[in-house]
Ligand binder design. Structure first.
Ligand code: KG4
Ligand code: ZN
Length: 345
């Protein structure tokens, strides 16, 4: 039967097991998800240890790593799920946004598998994956919700009314939240990726004499993090920082300002759109202080905050498989001509 003439019910019965493929940045990931919800396996191989020598992701190295590992990572995910490729009903892959050379590896691989196995293929937007990632751990998930994505490449707030009813209401005007963490870590000579290091260091400081502030962009859900990064740079240059104590105090002050801004904009968005659920994803959502503040403010305002598990906050393919399953159920397969794109569309 041609895929486009199948009903929603027929499509779901044929796609019990979705294979997700994610290769938008420096993680080569594959996962198998059952019925768009239950994660049977999630395999991730990261090239971050190579990029850390350069202080950031080197696109050509990332693409080559994907090409080298995608086959093994996929085979591993399928095996860990207790399945073989012939059991897979649907293949979902990230097509945008991200590094084009990296996206192309996963996308082309997914299309090849789809053609070879005679199973449908669906393209998924990476940001949508992060928006719905808490879906993989939470039972209370329902529409509408405000979705917050804070990662190394993206900072977005969205009003989400359905799997394909997503309205971006705010995004960063310059650096992404994770990018700011990574750049501040570089200024303080802490290593890459900076987010987890600053998170740990900030916890080690009991107080801080420093105070930083993010540009607030009043009456807007947009963000700006490049100013605070420059503020940290000037402070670090002026003080000629060497001691770990000072680095920890600067980290704490920087983190407090960033988290405060993210939390206040997210809660304000929930209030403006009268939405009682906030779903949070992206690598920065692993941040312990952000998680604590979101829970506290959410409880105070009567907003249910759904936080992804750490392994689903970071780039992974389970979120791509889950979203792909629901998009396929609604819209059917993607065209094989769907191309990789650096931008969100
Ligand atoms: O979602 P992700 O794996 O990749 C992108 O789509 O960008 O996010 C990676 C980003 C990096 O910038 C990293 O520094 C940041 O997430 N990150 C954190 C933490 N863990 C990872 N930022 C703050 N606190 C953390 N604990
Ligand atoms: Zn991501």
């Amino acid at each position: 039967m041609p895929q486009s003439t199948q009903t929603v019910k027929e499509r779901s019965s044929l796609t019990e097991f979705t294979l997700g493929i994610e290769s938008s940045c420096d993680e080569t990931a594959a996962a198998v998800v059952k019925d768009g919800k239950t994660v049977l396996s999630s395999a991730v191989s990261s090239s971050v240890h190579i990029h850390s020598k350069f202080g950031g992701v080197v696109p050509e190295i990332a693409s080559r790593f994907h090409r080298e590992y995608i086959n093994a990572v996929t085979a591993n995910a399928v095996k860990k799920a207790g399945l073989s490729l012939k059991d897979i009903g649907l293949i979902a892959a990230t097509y945008a946004p991200g590094l084009v050379g990296s996206l192309l590896v996963g996308l082309s691989y997914a299309k090849g598998l789809s053609l070879g196995l005679g199973k449908p293929f669906v393209g998924v937007n990476h940001i949508h994956g992060h928006l719905f990632s808490s879906f993989l751990s939470e039972k209370k998930f329902s529409f509408p919700f405000i979705g917050l994505v804070v990662s190394g490449g993206h900072t977005s707030l969205a009003l989400v009314r359905g799997f394909n009813k997503i309205e971006i209401i705010g995004k960063t005007k310059d650096d992404a939240a994770g990018e700011a963490y990574d750049k501040v870590a570089k200024i303080l000579n802490l290593g890459y990726p900076g987010g987890p290091i600053i998170d740990r260091l900030a916890q080690s400081a009991t107080d801080t004499p420093f105070k930083f502030r993010c540009a607030q962009l009043e009456n807007s859900f947009d963000f700006s993090f490049s100013g605070i990064k420059t503020e940290v740079l000037y402070k670090a240059q002026k003080l000629k920082i060497k001691s770990n104590k000072q680095k920890a105090q600067i980290s704490k002050a920087f983190q407090e300002a960033v988290v405060k801004t993210i939390v206040s904009k997210s809660i304000a968005a929930c209030k403006k759109f009268r939405v009682k659920i906030l779903s949070v994803g992206g690598g920065v959502a692993c941040n312990s202080f952000l998680r604590q503040m979101l829970k506290e403010e959410g409880a105070r305002e009567g907003i249910l905050v759904l936080l992804s598990k750490n392994r689903f906050c970071l780039d992974n393919a389970a979120m791509i498989a889950a979203v792909g399953y629901h998009i396929y159920r609604k819209n059917g397969p993607s065209d094989y001509y769907l191309s990789a794109s650096a931008d969100a569309e």
